[in-house]
Design a protein around this ligand. Structure first.
Ligand code: IMP
Length: 443
């Protein structure tokens, strides 16, 4: 069996909004049907929460599949890895009796997030927040300050990058860091950070030691993945962040620094897109966003606050309150198109119980007064679009105990049916609570 015989066998899970769609839980449900679970983009900016038998696990770098025994979990070459956070995550899982050993593989080509990347990230955000504040906000992106942008910038820059494989070669690591630290010290100072000169030798020692601990996991993940697929194993690709945060297809520049749409899978793992037959797009039953950037259906009112409290809309990674709003199907339909979604998982549906009425945005009114059903993946132009809503009756009943989609209140069924009609693909799963078991799967 080679890649050619694997056409259409694998599955991808990808967020269709601005992140935090509950992908971790859906990946967890799908893991049962797959052998290998792979992260292809992003880093510790992601936060995937999974609740299993009342136990809550918040994962940032390790694929959610780790919670299942006997599944292979892979951190692909497209991910930027903060090795200290990764080891914290490994230790925390082990302390809760989750086995992490041969079941976790990390690409030797994944890039390393170094401490100076986090300093650069914070310094740039602070600089932008203080120097560019004006009536329309600032140029600061509201990043997670996890060093994601600077690490990807070094990847593209090449000469200043460190990859996971480099941690295994102390002399090479030290040599590179000596040059990088000189440059970085100057750059940080130019951004107003009063830093002592970065100590290349100390960093080389610290990260070399991390390399020693991580050595058993560091592999050529491209051959590992193709090898597993050749043995007939099926792969589940776990997208982090989400399509509207994609560096190419999102609301640029208020995006993250990786291809978090399905566009990142091939480059971030070395597995061709033609092997993916199923793309499950994850969307919340409403919309949220963390950090800066346009959000046409945002509700800066009591309804927004109610959604935030009911949906516990606070960041897994940073604890920041999320901005909340009505469901924007113009955005979801665009993401489904870009990602090639074949089906939808609609999560946090239980949060919508108890509203008198609900709204769904199906068009935008543009600055010139015209109507459009096209998303605008450009922050400046999207600011000028206002949502045009369809209004739906709400339902008062809790749906958390519903055994199937047909058991949902009629108004809830109409809401879901309209999503399918507008986006043009079926809803395959509906999330009605945080537990693994609270997922309605279409028969
Ligand atoms: P960065 O990825 O830390 O550079 O942040 C860039 C933007 O993406 C910020 O607005 C973050 O809040 C947002 N972001 C990054 N990762 C996630 C995520 O997993 N969920 C939601 N927002 C995210």
């Amino acid at each position: 069996m080679n890649y050619h015989s694997n056409i259409g066998r694998h599955t991808a899970v990808v967020g269709l909004q601005w992140g935090d769609e509950g992908k971790g839980k859906i990946v967890d449900v799908l893991t049962a049907e797959h052998d290998v679970i792979v992260r292809y983009n992003g880093g510790a900016n992601a936060g995937h929460t999974v609740v299993v038998e009342g136990q809550r696990y918040a994962l940032h770098l390790i694929p959610s599949g780790i919670l299942y025994p006997h599944k292979m979990c892979v951190i692909g070459n497209g991910v930027v890895v903060d090795p200290e956070r990764l080891l914290e995550e490994i230790d925390s899982l082990r302390s809760r009796s989750i086995a992490v050993g041969d079941n976790l593989r990390i690409s030797d080509r994944a890039h390393v997030v170094m401490p100076y990347h986090k300093e650069q990230d914070a310094a740039l955000e602070d600089y932008l927040a203080s120097t560019t504040a004006n009536a329309s906000g600032s140029l600061a992106i509201g990043t997670t300050r996890r060093g994601i942008g600077p690490a990807y910038a070094d990847k593209v820059c090449r000469s200043t990058a460190i990859r996971m494989g480099d941690l295994l070669d102390p002399a090479y690591l030290r040599e590179r860091l000596r040059v990088i630290c000189k440059l970085r010290t100057n750059e940080l100072r130019a951004m107003g950070v009063s830093t002592a000169p970065l100590d290349a030798d100390a960093l080389a020692e610290r990260f070399g030691a991390l390399g020693v601990r991580l050595r058993p996991h560091i592999v050529d993940s491209v051959y590992e993945l193709h090898g597993a697929a050749a043995l007939g194993r099926t792969i589940l690709f776990e997208g982090a962040n989400a399509c509207l945060l994609d560096i190419d297809h999102g609301t640029y520049p208020y995006v993250t620094s990786s291809n978090c749409s399905t566009a990142g899978i091939h480059s971030g793992t070395g597995i061709p897109g033609s092997t993916i037959g199923r793309v499950l797009g994850i969307m919340k039953a409403y919309s949220t966003r963390v950090g800066a950037g346009p959000f046409p259906t945002e509700l800066n009112n009591e309804i927004g606050s109610t959604i935030r409290e009911r949906g516990r809309e606070y960041g897994t990674t940073t604890g920041r309150p999320r901005r909340c709003g009505w469901l924007d199907l113009v955005a979801v339909k665009y993401s489904a198109m870009v990602c090639g979604a074949t089906g939808i998982a609609c999560t946090l549906f239980d949060v919508l119980s108890g509203f008198d009425e609900l709204r769904i945005c199906t068009k935008y009114r543009l600055a010139d007064g015209s109507l459009s059903d096209r998303f605008i993946p450009d922050a400046r132009r999207l600011e000028g679009a206002s949502p045009v809503y369809e209004t739906f009756d709400g339902w008062s009943e809790s749906v958390a105990e519903a055994g199937s989609r047909s058991a949902l209140p009629d108004a809830a069924k109409r809401y879901l049916a309209r999503i399918e009609e507008v986006v043009g693909i079926p809803i395959e799963m509906v999330g009605i609570g945080p537990e693994r078991s609270q997922t309605l799967v279409a028969q």
